[in-house]
Design a protein around this ligand. Structure first.
Ligand SMILES: [Zn+2]
Length: 338
């Protein structure tokens, strides 16, 4: 899984020009990954990416980033040969971060937004993480709920009283349950900044997963012994999942989605186990005293990934738990940096 994060100084520009900046974030990150993967020292071919945009951290602060699921390999120039990458290494993240930054700047150059960006942002290091996630199913199950969810479920709202709202969240890194109390207007502001522009496509497919590569992808699946995909449905012509736009917590037992369809392949995967999502796990212990209103935006969880157990790590961008292979290098590092 690749994760690309917008640096802090760019967030105010992103908030004011969401469509432009989110599009640039998708385009620059996908192009950078594909460009580097084509290098024969790494994959040497065309990779495939499916990406989902996240804009919030656990405390609802504004933290735009994109997660991509990327198969460990690519298609050779002959259009037929599968080139597997190493199981623990895809591309060097430092080079990827530099390329991502350069392509993002090029993308903004075509808009009116570039002048609003602080010059220092082009000098600082941008955060990119590359993490092996096994066959990707676990990562997919954790990412999928974000396609349907809004930034906060009702279950996480603890109290609404005296013009203040208290909600709980799990601290990134420690996993500790914390409580955030905001004035109602501040709470509404923090929540609404995660409402995407109308019709914005938050799940996108690139490279081998793009619609133009369906035949090659199908041939590769057969070559690699993958189960045959079910016939493509109407969703195959869409760029988003054909699933109800309803928060999972609001679905009734009979409404619940048993499976979601991958439009690029037509295959179906089990629906995410939303009850197991640590974001919405019920708090343990009793509610602590309500702190004074938090008038400042909490710091974003941009710290390095935290190993929860030998087999699980927490995403540095949004705090999700991911399956980890114990023998692999830490989040975002190549074996050479291990
Ligand atoms: Zn995330």
């Amino acid at each position: 899984m690749l994760t690309f994060t917008l640096p802090g100084p760019l967030r105010s520009v992103a908030r004011s020009h969401q469509t432009i900046v989110y599009d640039a974030l998708f385009r620059a990150s996908a192009e950078a990954a594909q460009h580097l993967a084509r290098d024969s020292r790494f994959v040497g071919g065309q990779i495939g990416l499916v990406g989902v945009l996240h804009t919030w951290a656990r405390d609802l602060s504004y933290h735009p980033h994109v997660h991509y699921l990327v198969p460990a390999g690519g298609l050779a120039d002959d259009g037929q040969t599968w080139l597997p990458s190493r199981s623990d290494f895809l591309v060097p993240v430092k080079a990827l971060s530099h390329l991502f930054r350069a392509k993002f700047r090029d993308s903004l150059r075509k808009t009116d937004c570039l002048a609003s960006v602080p010059a220092g942002v082009w000098e600082q290091d941008w955060v990119v993480h590359c993490q092996p996630v096994g066959n990707g199913l676990t990562a997919f199950q954790y990412l999928a709920p974000y396609i349907f969810r809004v930034a906060l479920s009702n279950r996480r709202i603890v109290t609404v009283e005296d013009d203040r709202v208290t909600f709980r969240y799990r601290a990134s890194g420690t996993g500790e349950t914390k409580f955030c109390t905001l004035l109602a207007e501040q709470f509404i502001h923090r929540f609404l900044q995660h409402v995407l522009p109308r019709s914005f496509v938050k799940v996108r497919y690139y490279g081998l997963f793009s619609p133009g590569h369906r035949q090659q992808l199908s041939a590769l699946r057969q070559q690699l012994g993958a189960p045959l995909a079910e016939p493509a449905s109407r969703a195959a012509d869409s760029n988003t999942f054909a699933a109800p736009l309803v928060e999972p917590s609001l679905l009734t037992a009979t409404d619940k989605v048993d499976a979601v369809e991958v439009p690029s392949t037509g295959s179906r995967l089990p629906a995410p186990a939303t009850d197991a999502d640590p974001f919405d796990a019920p708090p343990t212990g009793s509610l602590p005293p309500v702190p004074p209103a938090d008038l400042n935006t909490p710091s974003s969880p941009s710290s390095p990934s935290v190993m929860v157990s030998p087999h699980r790590v927490r995403c540095p961008a949004c705090g999700q738990l991911m399956q980890r292979q114990a023998t692999l290098p830490p989040h975002g590092r190549s074996p050479h940096e291990w």
